[in-house]
Design a protein around this ligand. Structure first.
Ligand code: UDP
Ligand code: MG
Length: 322
């Protein structure tokens, strides 16, 4: 049997002044109830990661930290995106706790699933994925694009948990290993399964955002999808090679056809067909160049090995400050 763990709830926040005052007490309530039930230790914390918000999010976090010692916060030096904010929080907390649960701050994910997540950890699991049992509250477009994305990713060979977002429990032991994955372009949903260890799933219902607006418009979702695919799979490159072979075979057949036509004397200047072929091949070449460019861009970014997050402020003191 494991000893009662210290839990850090890691919550990324970007321009969330509308939601934070509403949801922060809910997180604390959950933490307190878990402490009271003896499921987690008194040293457990709710950690907010301010992702370079432009509004008063950081001020709200600082106020919360003053009100109750269970609230703590760190601030990224600028906006780096959801994934990097979560990573910053996880890496910051791993030396202080036994388990982390990452969750969005907008109240969409059901906090009551945390009880079961902790129970599963006690049973010996190192990673517990929160999986949405249904997503009635999402718009049709969001549901459709999200599901197409999961299917596509899996088909591309990247292992991701179906209908799982970034609501999950990870033990600090797994986080120590995750730290060794040095890539700058991170997609946690794909990375965590790669780290391995015993994992399981917990189901919950996803609600509507309590307030404020989603920061994931279609363009950002496409960005995340592209990042997910290109950082986890090289299948698109292989597909290009396959396409190249197919087009070459087709061209070869066309050449034979042209030569045969020539000898038959059937050589009407085929402007239309020539044009079509040129366009077709040109188009394919451009697509291929684009996909290859994606990967080269990634290599370029990775070779720079820039820091994945920079913490500028904390609501508490670290060993270095003292
Ligand atoms: N978020 C962040 N940095 C960003 C965008 C979003 O830390 O650049 C946080 C945001 O505050 C929220 C979570 O990531 O806690 C998920 O964002 P959102 O709810 O807007 O996305 P959705 O649930 O609509 O996919
Ligand atoms: Mg949300």
């Amino acid at each position: 049997m494991r000893k009662t763990p210290v839990l850090y709830i890691v919550i990324p926040c970007y321009n969330e002044e509308a939601v934070l005052p509403v949801t922060a007490p809910l997180f604390l309530e959950k933490l307190s109830s878990l402490i009271q039930k003896g499921k987690i230790c008194q040293e457990s914390r709710v950690m907010f990661v301010d992702d370079g918000s432009r509004d008063s999010t950081w001020e709200i976090i600082c106020d919360l930290a003053k009100k109750d010692e269970h609230y703590i916060g760190i601030s990224q030096s600028r906006n780096r995106g959801h994934q990097n904010a979560v990573l910053a929080g996880l890496m910051e907390s791993k030396s202080h706790c036994d388990i982390t649960i990452s969750i969005d701050c907008d109240g969409q994910d059901d906090i009551n699933a945390m009880d079961e997540m902790v129970e599963q950890y006690m049973k010996g699991f190192e990673v517990v994925y929160g999986v949405r049992s249904k997503r009635d509250t999402d718009t049709f477009m969001k549901r459709f694009t999200a599901q197409a994305f999961y299917k596509l990713l899996n088909w591309m060979g990247a292992e991701v948990v179906y209908n799982h977002a970034d609501y999950r429990l990870i033990s600090s032991r797994v986080l120590d290993e995750l730290e060794e994955f040095k890539e700058v372009n991170i997609y946690l949903r794909g990375l965590v399964p790669l780290v391995g260890f015993k994992s399981t799933q917990v189901y919950y219902e996803r609600h509507e955002r309590i307030a404020g607006e989603s920061h994931y418009p279609f363009s950002k979702m496409m960005g995340l999808a592209m990042n997910g695919i290109t950082s986890l799979s090289i299948k698109p490159i292989r597909m290009i090679s396959g396409l190249g072979v197919a087009v070459s075979i087709l061209s070869f057949l066309l050449i034979i056809w042209t030569v045969v036509s020539f000898f038959i004397g059937n050589t009407v200047p085929g402007w239309a067909s020539t044009c079509a072929i040129v366009c077709f091949v040109g188009g394919i070449q451009l697509i291929c160049l684009g996909v290859i460019g994606e990967y080269i861009g990634k290599i370029y970014l990775e070779t720079k090995a820039r820091p994945r997050y920079i913490i500028s402020d904390r609501t508490y003191e670290t060993e270095d400050d003292k």
